[in-house]
Ligand binder design. Structure first.
Ligand SMILES: NC(=O)c1ccc[n+]([C@@H]2O[C@H](COP(=O)([O-])OP(=O)(O)OC[C@H]3O[C@@H](n4cnc5c(N)ncnc54)[C@H](O)[C@@H]3O)[C@@H](O)[C@H]2O)c1
Length: 340
């Protein structure tokens, strides 16, 4: 297939582009590099020997999007492009609503115009808000208790996609709700390269491990969990990337939703321990106050994806930490400032 991948230079996008190329697909990336580097695509070239065409555009720019579809016969689109920092979204709600929603509308219009029907969208477990039941299934309640504009954009886009598919049955849309993506490609050549202070646990731990930051702050260790820290479903980014290939193979008319998670919860202390094993030394940390808006426990039911897509996560937290450490220790400054 010839695929358009929006946000393909970013963390999950770059790993998926790599898997797609290795799976024999042709890929065009549309990315404005607002939170990524073209170096990720050069590294993919290094691994695969294949060049990835980068269109450095804002997906909100409908004319630029239409141009891509007029130049290429695109079979399907994977839409990763979006702003994703939860904390920042509460400070800059307009920027988040505009970027994430307008980019999706612009993409859908360009696809409709070009007659491209297949779309895979990156949603998030944040649409479940504060989980009312565990494990979270695709039928669990969504849209209630979402505490930040980022999560709202994902919920709103899901509604838009459901409406679009309801109105015209030629659309084939798959919504993938990611749990907590972690790890890196085992080559150590591509990985997560957060600008500024990392928002998520694993890249923060990795930066402490490599000496870029002095210590980790744990946001609360007095929760009602076995070790007092929050529990999440960490999914290796390679498993996640392969989930997109499975979704692409099984895409069908309408709008289907799948969780991409492992089905297993891991606590903050367990992540720290696994990372210490991977890097061979201790990770200094302190326990700080709880962070408002954090769900206590959150993990997926991964059954629907297993039954309908034939996909299951295969890598565990130890593999994710080993690969994250390999990436971080080989690239202590990520893709380097000058290439951003
Ligand atoms: N990483 C996570 O924890 C996580 C969890 C659930 C869902 N997601 C979603 O998965 C997707 C990919 O996440 P990621 O972790 O790879 O993030 P990322 O920031 O590394 O990648 C997003 C990419 O989109 C690009 N982008 C953003 N807005 C754009 C625009 N208007 N036009 C063109 N390019 C644009 C950025 O430059 C970046 O390359 C996002 O939609 C994110 O919300 C991520």
């Amino acid at each position: 297939m010839k695929l358009l991948v929006t946000g393909g230079a970013g963390y999950i996008g770059s790993h998926t582009v790599l898997e797609l190329i290795q799976g024999g697909h042709e890929v065009i990336v549309a990315d404005n590099l607002v939170n990524s580097s073209r170096e990720s695509l050069k590294r993919i070239q290094k691994i695969t020997g294949k060049t990835v065409e980068l269109r450095e555009i804002n997906v909100c720019d409908s004319a630029a999007m239409a141009q891509i579809f007029s130049e290429h016969h695109i079979d399907a689109v994977i839409h990763f492009a979006g702003l994703k920092a939860v904390g920042e979204s509460t400070e800059k709600p307009l920027e988040y609503y505009h970027n994430n929603i307008v980019s999706t509308l612009s993409l859908l219009a360009a696809m409709e115009e070009a007659g491209v029907a297949k779309l895979i969208f990156s949603s998030s477990a944040t649409v479940y808000g504060d989980p009312a039941e565990l494990p979270l299934t695709e039928n669990s309640q969504t849209g209630v208790g979402i505490t930040n504009p980022y999560g709202q954009t994902k919920y709103m886009i899901e509604q838009i996609l459901q409406d679009v598919a309801r109105a015209d049955d030629s659309w084939q849309i798959t919504i993938l709700r990611y749990f907590n993506p972690v790890g890196a490609h085992p080559s150590g050549l591509i990985g997560e390269d957060p600008g500024g202070i990392p928002n998520n646990l694993m890249p923060f731990v990795a930066q402490v491990a490599v000496g870029k930051r002095s210590k980790l702050t744990i946001h609360g260790a007095d929760y009602d969990t076995p070790d007092g820290t929050c529990i999440r479903d960490y999914i290796h980014v390679i498993d996640l990337a392969q989930g997109h290939l499975a979704a692409l193979e099984h895409i069908q008319a309408g709008c289907e939703v799948y969780n991409l998670g492992t089905g297993k919860g891991t606590s903050v202390f367990e992540v720290i321990k696994a990372f210490e094993q991977a890097c061979g030394h201790t990770i200094p940390y302190e326990v700080g106050p709880r962070r408002s808006g954090d769900a206590v426990v959150n993990y997926a039911s991964a059954e629907k994806a297993s039954q309908q897509l034939g996909w299951r996560a295969e890598k565990d937290i130890a593999a994710a930490c080993a690969d994250a450490w390999h990436w971080q220790s080989q690239n202590p400054n990520g893709y380097e400032e000058e290439t951003k």
